[in-house]
Design a binder for this molecule. Structure first.
Ligand SMILES: CC(C)(COP(=O)(O)OP(=O)(O)OC[C@H]1O[C@@H](n2cnc3c(N)ncnc32)[C@H](O)[C@@H]1OP(=O)(O)O)[C@@H](O)C(=O)NCCC(=O)NCCS
Length: 430
């Protein structure tokens, strides 16, 4: 029996230039950045804002004052106030979750026009008080007289005044992402030189893509509020003049004695936002819009954080390929999120390993070989930066634009994330 299968079209995507945290956007929040990206997306696509039925947005370190950033974006960008907006958190795969959740709404026929994406400000992280100090503050707020209010602070000791900033660490293992990547580098035998070489390639490619104007379609100009005297047109973390010699001089950060992971072969702490416009294929046709790609399939998976934390993509990829009814060899454009060079190289090693296939994936054959030279042809998160909540939307947009540019039919996105999570998405050109 013939069954109608709707297709979800990516109409276009846009992002702010990404910036090292504490630089261009030091005084902006994730919400400010998200509003900039979404406003630009609506303006560039020329759609009637009234046609948008939902905004789904990713964010990893939410504001305690406005945790549903998606709804705040609706209210803060002049979009119709009847659009509900909801926020998703799946660590570094948050924007992928936003896009796939939005895509599912369209797939089910519940909506035909949805904005998805994500935002992050690592310049604007909530700084928490210690438990004792927080209890004293809450206790004082409940007292009526000044004397009783002050009395609540009697048991506070100087150490209680130290701020408690969130760490990029797993709450299960206690290890930071960097320490987990170190573990992977050691267990998989990924050399420092191999990591630096991969990171250098990321910088050189990102610099070349920027210089060629390749990112004009997807990177907007930000005139930074509130003074509007700083005009940001490009990512400020790319080091086109990087050399292996300069990289080799850096000391390892996460295991200072025996480690191989440095500031140069890690993704940096970054501020930025991205957004994509999704529509049903029919709606796009009716509006006369030409999609840059279609979402063919996706899969999320997770691995045990006590094993190799950032191998999630290896577990997600087989299901995404199976759902798309294609094999790795059919894919012409591959973008893998670069949390760390050691993580990408470890992912690639496991994808090509028969032993891993048999012992961990329940497959007789490996997923397939990926040539590290053939991925991330316009640079990746090491060079461009990695605003946690936004990266997935950057990569989906880049893959679609690369499919258009190269004429390849299938593109692959992989992203690893905290908690051992991984996502793989298959996109198609037409
Ligand atoms: C690795 C990390 C700690 C480095 O932070 P940082 O010390 O603030 O980084 P900086 O940009 O100041 O770089 C440190 C030094 O390395 C140098 N450096 C960085 N990249 C370089 C490159 N490509 N070539 C040469 N030198 C480089 C810098 O110039 C700087 O040198 P300086 O101290 O002489 O000025 C930080 O980026 C980090 O935590 N990254 C991981 C984030 C993470 O866990 N993400 C989650 C992933 S899922």
């Amino acid at each position: 029996m013939w069954q109608y299968t709707p297709r979800v079209a990516v109409i276009r995507g846009v992002r702010t230039p990404f910036a090292k945290s504490g630089t261009h956007y030091a005084h902006l929040s994730a919400l400010d950045l998200g509003k900039l990206a979404v406003s630009e997306l609506v303006a560039r696509s020329g759609i009637d804002p009234k046609s948008v039925q939902e905004v789904v947005y990713g964010n990893v370190i939410p504001s305690v004052k406005a945790p549903n950033i998606a709804r705040e974006i609706v209210l803060g960008t002049g979009l119709p106030r009847k659009i509900p907006g909801y926020t998703v958190g799946k660590a570094c795969a948050s924007a992928n979750q936003a896009i796939t959740s939005a895509s599912d709404l369209i797939f089910r026929g519940y909506a035909d026009t949805v904005i998805a994406g994500g935002s992050e400000s690592l310049s604007d992280i909530p700084i928490l008080f210690s438990k004792n100090f927080a209890e004293a503050l809450v206790g004082a707020s409940k007292q009526k007289s000044v004397g009783r209010k002050l009395g609540q602070f009697a048991k506070i000791r100087p150490k209680d005044l130290a701020p408690d900033a969130p760490a990029i660490a797993e709450s299960t293992t206690g290890l930071t992402m960097g320490e987990s990547a170190e573990k992977m580098a050691k267990e998989n035998g990924i050399s420092r030189e191999g990591q630096d070489k991969f990171a250098l390639q990321s910088h050189h490619r990102a610099a070349a893509a920027t210089a060629s104007g390749r990112f004009k379609d997807e990177v907007m100009t930000v005139i930074v509020p509130p003074s509007f005297d700083n005009i940001v047109e490009t990512d400020n973390l790319i080091r086109g003049d990087s050399t292996l010699e300069a990289m080799a001089k850096l000391r390892p950060v996460f295991d200072r004695k025996y480690g191989t992971i440095t500031a140069a072969n890690s993704s940096p702490l970054t501020d930025g936002a991205a957004a994509v416009l999704l529509m049903s294929e029919e709606k796009a046709k009716a509006e006369g819009l030409k999609p840059i790609g279609f979402i063919k399939s996706y899969a999320f998976a997770a691995t045990d954080p006590f094993d190799q934390l950032l191998q999630g993509p290896v577990f997600a990829l087989p299901a995404a390929l199976e759902r798309a009814k294609i094999s790795l060899a059919d894919i012409g454009v591959i973008e893998m999120h670069e949390a760390f060079a050691a993580q990408v190289l470890s992912n690639i090693q496991w994808m090509g390993s028969r032993k891993i296939a048999q012992e961990k994936l329940g497959r007789s054959e490996p997923i397939g070989e990926i040539d590290p030279e053939k991925i991330n042809l316009t640079g990746g998160s090491i060079a461009l930066g990695h605003p946690f909540g936004a990266t997935g939307a950057r990569i989906v947009t880049t893959v679609c634009n690369e499919l258009q540019r190269t004429g390849q039919q299938y593109g692959l996105v992989t992203v690893c994330a905290a908690g051992g999570i991984g996502v793989a998405m298959v996109l198609e050109r037409e």
